[in-house]
Design a protein around this ligand. Sequence first.
Ligand code: 5GP
Length: 189
Amino acid sequence: MELLKQRIMQDGRCYPGGILKVDSFINHQMDPMLMYKIAEEFIRRFKDININKIITIEASGIAPAIMVGYIMQLPVVFVKKKQPKTMENMLSAVVHSFTKDRDYTVCISNNFLTSDDRVLFVDDFLANGNAAMGILDLAKQAGATVAGMGFIIEKAFQNGRKILDEMNIRVESLAIIDSLDNCKIEIRK
Ligand code: 5GP
């Protein structure tokens, strides 16, 4: 997606350890106009799949997911990173955080992810695929089908895409970063 790639080149910042900071338009301050266009692009790319719900993980997946849900007129459910005491029929999975380098338990209510659901997972980044694996784990427990996974930014120098390809998961990434070596952002054309 050309507009997104231009924005990453203009406003993205590189951090040691292969981290791309996009907190001026995705991860902290958000650009709703760009987010809307991101959602339209996800919908265009996934127009052949049949889904009844969007799923994401808090916090940074929520903005693109709600835009997709709004345009498609579908419900959006987000996986929580803290377990609320009041959650009914909780399903949980352990996820390793790439940016924080620690494990945490994520959860979702079985009330909002069931065997009737065919979901599209939307998130900000695909790195090593840990968040995506957590979603697949939760979907399996719920008996739900993950029909596709859409990422705003994929870091192709990490393992996530390979793992998801091996599992035959349909993946679409709107910008693919080939390298952040020497703090230089290289985006795939
Ligand atoms: P994964 O679970 O694929 O290993 O990592 C994806 C998650 O880690 C994303 O949801 C995102 O929050 C975070 N993440 C991974 N790499 C980056 C990065 O380079 N920059 C930012 N801002 N977040 C990242």
